[in-house]
Design a protein around this ligand. Sequence first.
Ligand SMILES: O=C(O)CCC(=O)C(=O)O
Length: 265
Amino acid sequence: MARMIISLSAERARHEIEGPDGFTVLSGAFEAHSPFDGVVRTVAEILPDAQLVPQSADGELQHVVRAPDPARAPTAMEARFPPSTRHMELHTDGAYLEEPGVDYVALACVGQGRWGGATVLLTGAALLEHVMSVDQAAAKRLVQLFPFSALEARTPDDIVWHPVLTRTPRGIEVRLHRFRMQQAFARAGYTDDGAAKALDIVGAVLFEHANHVRLRLAPGELLVIDNRRVLHGREPFVDGDGERREMVRVWFRRRGRVAAVPTER
Ligand SMILES: O=C(O)CCC(=O)C(=O)O
């Protein structure tokens, strides 16, 4: 039954992901006991040229986003990125990766907490529009290169340079992770008042929730996001007895994607 629901909606889902909203939400796409398998099967049906992208040097193909639990041994990924129940600012995944990065992020909602935990989305086009309305110079700075740093980076060579906003035939592409960018500023000894101010304005826009899409996924729902054009984040959450928020995150890339690699700094 679940398979039939997916087949009927695959084309609509593809249109939604590739359309101006840049995301879709599906039901019946996975079973709670094996979410990863369902996510892979469903995404292959919607986006046939998508392939899995490892999320760590250890080759982990899925990451479970959930509250910290002292009774459970942390996974390798959790040891590096300790889980939290806090607010997660709007960002794109893999922002610090060399091209080709992450084209699609799938979040399978296996469980929701007692309170909070809504997912927040904002398109790069909407971000550009908001920043333009506040400060045109900042908007212009965002199409130039910024440094991004992986959390594990040890040397300035680990820094990747990329614009925050890029005009493409598909629309405005966005790459953003303010924490990793500010960290890169420090690591590279990079000072640029215009860039720092542009990032501060971006932060203010991200904080302003009026124009964001906000959805609280229900257990069993699958969100697929165009990670090139849409930022995602989440509101803080609190688990209850038997109400545990659990999102299985899987990354995909379009097969044969060739990136326009920026050459200027
Ligand atoms: O907790 C969530 O819903 C999403 C977490 C997130 O933004 C991420 O893992 O990149």
